[in-house]
Design a protein around this ligand. Sequence first.
Ligand SMILES: Cc1cc2nc3c(=O)[nH]c(=O)nc-3n(C[C@H](O)[C@H](O)[C@H](O)COP(=O)(O)O)c2cc1C
Length: 217
Amino acid sequence: MNKIFKGFCLLGLGILMMSCGEPKKEVSEASMESKEKIVVDNLLTRRSIRAYKDEAVPREIMNTILKCGIYAPNGMNKQPWEIRVVDNPEILNGMTELYLAGMDEDNPRNPKKDPNFRNMFRNAPTVVFIAMQPGMCSQVDCGLLAGNMVNAAWAYGIGSCIQMAPMEFMKSEEAKPYLEKLSFSEGYEFLMAIGFGYPDEQPEAKPRIKEKIKFVN
Ligand SMILES: Cc1cc2nc3c(=O)[nH]c(=O)nc-3n(C[C@H](O)[C@H](O)[C@H](O)COP(=O)(O)O)c2cc1C
């Protein structure tokens, strides 16, 4: 009886050692490999999206995307940004109406000519507005903030499009009531909008110029 008990103890100890020793390392190395693959695939498959399904991004997911944004590296950790999130279609449509009103009907770039046009933020149902506190690193910092957000969004299958084109309109006299509604602090300048939503298109990757990269020996 005693021998059988000893045998069980040795077997148990063996299993315990196996689970704490080499095999565990192998498991963690394997998961690292897949983690790298997941991250790299996510970065290489993200595209700017300009056609979306109707539904806004759930705020819970949006909060994670925003958190990933503000954890971006930034010069001296100054975080020279302010961020406003709008998923109320009334506000986005109101801005769009004003934007279109100021546009020449004959302008070939008038988005009204596009049958899929929904709003001036590349049709996105959720829009993040970013204002910047001017400074040496600020544009780079806000770019990194935006980069983290679009890549985090894509991990959730959420498409996005960074947009600087709305800057001129957002700084115009007619957009003033909306800019005030966004209530950026004194000293902050509107910089960009980022549209988010569930993609309704699957664009090909835009070509990249690989020759721009060189290792120097
Ligand atoms: C700083 C910046 C400004 C951009 N502004 C606009 C814009 O105003 N409108 C737009 O449709 N796309 C805009 N884009 C998206 C680019 O056109 C897009 O990232 C580029 O063509 C590469 O395509 P990809 O994002 O699908 O890889 C902008 C991107 C960046 C990073």
